[in-house]
Design a protein around this ligand. Structure first.
Ligand code: CA
Length: 226
């Protein structure tokens, strides 16, 4: 069954919703503030997130936007009627749906089911295998193999390789890679990209000092070559 993360600071709402979801067979994770919600979203990789708008530590909008930088996890925002709701409806929040409080459990469950159905088509995209000659990358299990032997990559190395392989043959600038893999607000410079490319080459290239897969395009960036 899918795992659902509930980020909600109102105890009653959190309890009622989590009991309702559990009785339907969902696995439930709970957070009562925005920061903890963000942490669990990243570490536990839930299938869907119910995200309250007004939260201590970090509000729901910020959590949502931060997550969207590198995650497509389905998000349903929970909001009170009135100004809060206008805020959600009028803004590009990155949320997939929203439910206005007070809501019935039945309504919420229907929204969850429909969103999970809609997004399961996208998940097929995540299950996509990127294979190029001797390197194969599986986006769902996050595994990489070279000549049919598993290669252990760090999270960033994996994301970087996936980005390059998705855009096979195209030159990706360091700035673009930094944005795609590390996120908009990453405090660092493009040297970070070079360092990770070097590590990646050591793992997937036959001769890391003469790379034939991840090629440097002088003055621009990198290109993945099949
Ligand atoms: Ca709240």
């Amino acid at each position: 069954m899918p795992t659902i993360l509930i980020v909600e600071d109102e105890d009653t709402v959190r309890e009622v919703v989590s009991e309702g979801l559990e009785s339907e067979g969902y696995e439930v994770l709970l957070a009562d503030n925005g920061l903890d919600g963000l942490r669990q979203a990243r570490e536990e990789d839930p299938d869907l997130i119910l995200l309250d708008l007004m939260l201590p530590e970090m509000d729901g909008l910020s959590v949502c936007r931060t997550l969207r930088r590198n995650s497509d996890v389905p998000i349903i925002m929970l909001t009170a009627r009135g100004a809060e709701m206008d805020k959600i409806v009028g803004l590009e929040t990155g949320a997939d749906d929203y439910v206005v409080k007070p809501f019935s459990l039945g309504e919420l469950l229907a929204r969850i089911r429909s969103l999970l159905r809609r997004t399961s088509n996208n998940t097929q995209q995540n299950q996509m295998q990127l294979t190029d000659s001797n390197i194969s990358l599986d986006l769902s299990s996050r595994r990489v193999s070279k000549d049919n032997e598993e290669v252990h990559l760090t999270q960033k190395e994996f994301d970087l390789l996936a980005e390059l392989m998705r855009n096979k043959g195209a030159v990706l600038s360091r700035d673009l890679l930094l944005e795609k893999v590390w996120g908009y607000n990453y405090i660092g410079n493009t040297h970070t990209v070079d360092v990770h490319i070097r590590w990646l080459r050591e793992k997937i290239e036959l001769d890391p000092s003469n790379p034939v897969r991840i090629v440097t395009v002088r003055g621009v960036g990198y290109r993945f070559q099949a």
